[in-house]
Ligand binder design. Sequence first.
Ligand SMILES: [Zn+2]
Ligand SMILES: [Zn+2]
Length: 129
Amino acid sequence: MENKFEGACLCQRVKFQVRLVNLKMHVCHCSMCRKSSGGTGFAYLYAQEAPEFRTQDTLSSYNAVGKAERGFCNHCETTIYYHNVLDKGYCISISVLEKLPENDILFNREWYYHDKPGYYSYANKTQKS
Ligand SMILES: [Zn+2]
Ligand SMILES: [Zn+2]
């Protein structure tokens, strides 16, 4: 299996193709990932190489601490990737990837779990609607 997938931001102005290392979904609960994604964690799949962008006129990046570049669409604000400048890898936002084989995705790791605020856990019993 080649693990090559298409991705796009919400407004479709940023489009890319990326080769994933595997289909293991990780979530980072660190304060910067939560702030940047605006959610309860940054859920991603990992790529060793940079995405190949087809359109990227509205792609911007922000580097808060010198080693972590965060790519996003500056029109619709979708988070596209987190790039660790030191290890060269790219964490690709899982929800910008299209046509993922849902049953083959394995959610198996939560980073910075100790930084997670106490008001949520993915194991919470919640009302599903
Ligand atoms: Zn966009
Ligand atoms: Zn993080």
